[in-house]
Design a protein around this ligand. Sequence first.
Ligand code: NDP
Ligand code: 2IT
Length: 460
Amino acid sequence: MTTLVQHQHVETQIVESYVAEVYELVKKRNPNESEFHQAVKEVFDSLVPVLVENPKYMEHGILERMVEPERVISFQIPWIDDQGTVRVNRGFRVQFNSAIGPYKGGLRFHPSVNASIVKFLGFEQIFKNSLTGQPIGGGKGGSDFDPKGKSDREIMRFTQSFMSELSKYIGPDVDVPAGDIGVGAREIGYMFGQYKKIRGAYEAGVLTGKGLNYGGSLGRKEATGYGTVYFVEEMLRDSGRGFKGSTVVVSGSGNVSIYAIEKAHQLGAKVVACSDSSGYIYDEQGINLETVKRLKEVEGKRISEYVEEHPNAQYHSGCSGIWSIPCDIALPCATQNEIDEIAAKLLVSNGVIAVGEGANMPSTLEAISIFHEKKVLFGPAKAVNAGGVAVSALEMAQNSMRLSWTLDEVDTKLQEIMKNIYTNSINAANEYNAPGNLVVGANIAGFKKVADAMIAQGVI
Ligand code: NDP
Ligand code: 2IT
């Protein structure tokens, strides 16, 4: 017995140094890409026991292959603004891994977009898409274009120019983009139109998040936010709690946040705060979602305007202060690294019981450690927000069949998918001696399916 344990210990050390070596290589080959390094580190830290048990993953160079995108496309996007000035932005598409299906993942339009951001998002997407149980590979893209303050005509010209180049690399069986920050139904509509014109064919399955009258799926708009709440409800159920009667803080006020707030309210919670990139609102009575929807979805205004209609609410400028509001459940739904060590400590000291990541990588590695240490229920992004891409895959299925499901059918499938992701992640965590650790569980469950498919398909 002692020998066995010692043997295991030596093997663990060997694997640990192998994983550390591959991680160092990632840092060296991708310098100055801190977000990408962070996403890789979080996954690698979970995989040691899997590699100890399955040395085949090392023999087949799976880690080295998984961290290198299959293809990275970077391109020029020239367009003309309303003043007649020629503008140039940079576009990206990272086709990361196609072992289990065509590349699938959103497009982000935000001034912060660069190679590191699209690579971290594309890397996360590999495991997220695997967790959904659907046949979709990992990809991501976007541009450093800033949609804020642009006219509708400018958005149209920019997205058409973006698609003129991107269209060469995508297709319903090749790579299927969708929305993300700064890309919603309007942008998808313009991109679909341009793709259709260039291809000379109606390939509905080339993009998801389309409008309902031209191939979109009922429930896609709501899917990420609803899925986030369904997942956290599962997480809470195991400890005998739920959204009912809970106080909730949701950051952001975009697509994910709005539908997370809607579902949390439907389940009987009170959401008291939300934000945008300028500041946050606190409404002790519970946020009036109709006002937020009108301000953000229809009028494109700042969240600060909420307090003009609801004078009992408070507005504070700056984003990080939202985490000082006492709550039972925190749902970061805005952007990466919005919860740092200080924010995590504040949440813990105010008694938070669960954190569910609606955004991609919203917690720093230090923040995650604090949540684990303090026994806060923590749901990682690649599991929690997978409902969006899952319903995108349902949209692709409907496009292929040339029919559409009812909202009820889609929502029932979404609930099943979120439940399965939770169960598979918890089971993997238990199997690999990290009971309750959903970061480890989601990483392992997502990884194994992709790794096994890569081995089956050979070194290609
Ligand atoms: P939206 O563009 O609809 O909304 C983004 C929200 O976050 C806005 O309120 C925005 O404020 C705020 N925000 C954006 N950037 C920052 C920043 N740097 N600092 C503070 N606040 C910021 O995007 P989504 O709701 O679609 O995406 C939100 C998150 O969810 C992202 O991390 C995305 O990757 C992730 N996600 C999205 C999915 C989807 O289906 N859409 C699926 C899975 C994950 P402002 O209004 O001022 O710009
Ligand atoms: O991060 C994500 O999962 C998304 N932005 C949605 C991707 C998709 O293809 O629906």
